[in-house]
Design a protein around this ligand. Structure first.
Ligand SMILES: CSC[C@@H](O)[C@@H](O)C(=O)COP(=O)(O)O
Length: 365
């Protein structure tokens, strides 16, 4: 395991608090550019999209992924649909694009939240020119609000961890999947909290689960953290228990794809087992997500649609077999952590401690 004392330069605060070096998506007015996350860290390749169908396919194929980044990309997809629409049926055309985008992935509610916002704007427009302008404005607003939410959540989280006073000792944390600039409008949710800890010299070490099978932890989180000089040690998912058993880690910090009215949290597969481990080892378990991830229409996590992806993701890697050909695979890519295993849900609107129905209703109505 790395000893952070041996690498003091890793504690230099990031010069730009939004980690301007790492972005997942760029809006260029007439087109959306996405950094192809399937190819990281080997290649930094940008894909240019000019249609909503292209954006929907890119979300489905995980060129772009992470709940907030999916929502932002979909919003830009609607803006692209309005640019392409023409004739008397322009509004129906844009609505069709919204339906196509909504079918791209099922679990992250940010996708449906962003599309609902775009649809409301669309329905308030009478002319196509007006719709083009207002839909682009709304997508940019969704993007900018997400970055602002991430910065606010980092403040709330440090306060809730009791680390905002200035005389605290650095802590080690463990995270799962990728919740950084690549998964959001910038900075990150759980990884935003980790960035803020680092900026304030309150971070000793980040343990990053590699996150089988898609390897968001090793391919994306480790890449982001190494780029920004944040001390990270990569571990196989199965090593998390052994790491917690050392007593070094004080918090497990993760993101979310959907949080229901009782405080249950859907997040990347493997999150639930981390929450069980955290409780056993008396380690804090924190979920960091913008309010666009909260779905008060669902009573509990049992109602969340959980995406299952192709068994190939488990059976092989870049075409190399990891398992006998054709072996049946169970590949749910999210799981649900029950609220009673969560200590803190941090959003830009505030923090819910020991989440349950009343705490969630107190903050989200
Ligand atoms: C800020 S990202 C939060 C979640 O979306 C993240 O933890 C996650 O589960 C991402 O899953 P992915 O399948 O990579 O889209």
């Amino acid at each position: 395991m790395n000893n952070p004392k041996e690498s003091p330069s890793l504690h230099t605060p990031c010069s730009d608090p939004r980690s301007a070096g790492t972005v997942a998506l760029r809006w260029q007015g007439a087109r959306l550019e996405l950094l192809d996350q399937r190819l990281l860290p080997a290649q930094e390749h940008w894909i240019t999209l000019e249609t909503a169908a292209g954006v929907a396919q890119s979300i489905h194929d995980m060129v772009v992924r992470g709940a907030p980044a999916i929502g932002i990309s979909a919003a830009y997809g609607v803006a692209l649909a309005a640019r392409k629409a023409e004739g008397d049926d322009w509004q129906a055309e844009v609505k069709m694009a919204i339906r196509e985008l909504a079918a791209s992935r099922p679990t992250a509610v940010n996708l449906f939240w962003a599309l609902q916002r775009m649809e409301r704007v669309l329905e308030g427009c009478v002319a196509l020119d007006e719709a083009r302008q207002r839909l682009e404005g709304e997508a940019v607003a969704i993007h900018e609000e997400d970055l602002a939410a991430n910065l606010a959540m980092a403040d709330h989280a440090l306060e809730a961890m009791g680390l905002s006073s200035g005389n605290s000792s650095p802590v080690s944390v463990l995270t799962h999947c990728n919740t950084g600039a690549l998964a959001t409008g910038g900075y990150g949710t759980a990884l935003g909290v980790i960035r803020r800890l680092h900026e304030k010299q309150l971070l000793k070490q980040v343990y990053a689960d590699e996150t089988r099978p898609w390897l968001q932890g090793s391919r994306l989180t480790a890449w982001e953290l190494v780029r920004d000089g944040i001390p990270v040690t990569l571990n196989a998912d199965g090593a998390a228990a052994a790491i917690l058993a050392t007593g070094e880690v004080r918090w497990i910090i993760v993101g979310a794809d959907r949080i229901t009215a009782n405080g249950d949290v859907a997040n990347k597969i493997g999150t639930y087992s981390l929450a069980v481990l955290a409780r056993h080892h008396k380690v804090g378990f924190m979920v960091v997500a913008p309010s666009s991830t909260v779905d008060m229409a669902l009573k509990s996590g049992a109602e969340i649609p959980i995406e299952e992806r192709d068994g190939k993701e488990v059976r092989e890697i870049r075409g190399i077999a990891l398992a006998p050909e054709g072996v049946p695979v169970f590949n749910p890519v999210f799981d649900v952590t029950p609220a009673n295993l969560i200590d803190l849900i941090v959003t830009e609107k505030g923090v819910v401690q020991n989440p349950g129905t009343s705490g969630m209703h107190g903050l989200f109505g």
